[in-house]
Design a protein around this ligand. Structure first.
Ligand code: PRT
Ligand code: ZN
Length: 284
């Protein structure tokens, strides 16, 4: 019994997808040009596909699982189960107009021609806002459409925004945020659900570890209580007495996103010699 996971063959999601799988302790060899690969130490095989095809393959059960951007998933509108967000491939889908075009609000899109590769998402956005615009569907290089007179606006993926900038475009509406997600075919057999659960357990411990840091510091005993309150993660910090009278070593875990704020508060509260260490796996 084996589960089959569809991942992007070569593109922006490929490396991060395969790295995450390897961090789950799953090893395999991807041979150039091969459509399939099988793991050596976990009941999983991989199908390498174009990202646009992944929702359909998962929906019809050719693949049990898939890793794909939410943007593609929503655009394709196939019936699949969302398993979890994976934290990479982050971007947004936005509407942009030419830098010096008149634009005050979404109503200004009325009557415009908008070029996009995401007609379905755009249609429902325009409908929600009661806008009548013309959608011009193109499959690539959407950002050049305004400069060649094909459209007055575009609706496309943005991440840093530098592509818009270098094409003389200005982002005016953010329609959705996107990241890579793990999806599953509806009605997985019990045996495959069991494999999926094992995989999710590993994915979550890898992701939690990436989101946290181990932190240790020296604190005056009088400040232990105050400092413990600054560190909200896990049950309680570990406190070990130092050889130096009146001081302890305090160990805990902090969230990466709260990191700099927490460090500032710790210093303020009297912590010294703060060390921060990456965590390899985290099981809570
Ligand atoms: O061949 P295949 O069909 O599989 O791949 P593809 O060419 O359709 O997709 P690919 O590999 O470009 O992107 C795969 C997925 O990565 C997308 O569906 C998104 O979910 C995600 N992603 C994340 C991005 C970006 N960031 C991104 N920046 N996809 C595309 N871009 C483009 C963007 O459109 C712009 O043209 O990259 C360019 C640079 O962006 P800026 O804003 O940083 O300049
Ligand atoms: Zn694609």
């Amino acid at each position: 019994m084996m589960i089959r996971l569809a991942v992007q063959k070569s593109g922006r999601l490929s490396d991060d997808s395969l790295t995450l799988i390897r961090e789950c302790g799953i090893s395999f060899t991807q041979n150039a040009g091969k459509l399939k690969a099988e793991a050596r130490n976990f009941p999983i095989e991989f199908l390498f596909l174009r990202d646009d095809d992944i929702p359909q393959y998962v929906s019809n059960g050719t693949a049990d699982l898939g890793i794909v951007g939410e943007n593609v998933l929503i655009e394709k509108n196939e019936t699949v189960d969302w398993v979890e967000k994976l934290g990479f491939g982050k971007c947004r889908l936005s509407i942009a107009v030419q830098r010096d075009a008149h634009y005050e609000n979404v109503g200004d899109l009325n009557g415009m021609k908008i070029a996009t590769s995401y007609p379905h998402i755009l249609t429902s956005y325009l409908k929600r806002h009661n806008i009548k615009a013309h959608i011009h569907e193109i499959s690539g290089s959407v950002e050049i459409a305004p400069s060649i007179g094909l459209a007055q606006a575009i609706f496309d993926i943005v991440s840093s925004g530098s592509t818009l900038l270098s094409n003389g475009l200005r982002e005016v509406e953010t329609v959705m945020q996107s990241e890579a997600v793990l999806i599953a075919t509806p009605n997985l057999t019990q045996a495959k659900q069991d494999i999926l659960e094992q995989l999710r357990f590993r994915l979550q411990s890898v992701r939690k570890a990436q989101e946290h840091k181990y932190i240790l510091m020296n604190v005056p005993n009088a400040s232990i209580e105050r400092i413990s309150k600054i560190l909200p993660v896990l049950k309680s910090p570990t406190i070990l007495p130092l050889a130096l009278e009146g001081w302890s070593s305090l160990h805990s875990v902090v969230r990466e996103d709260a990191f700099w704020t927490v460090i500032a508060q710790l210093k303020e509260a009297g912590a010294e010699g703060i060390l921060v260490i990456p965590i390899e796996r985290m099981i809570v």
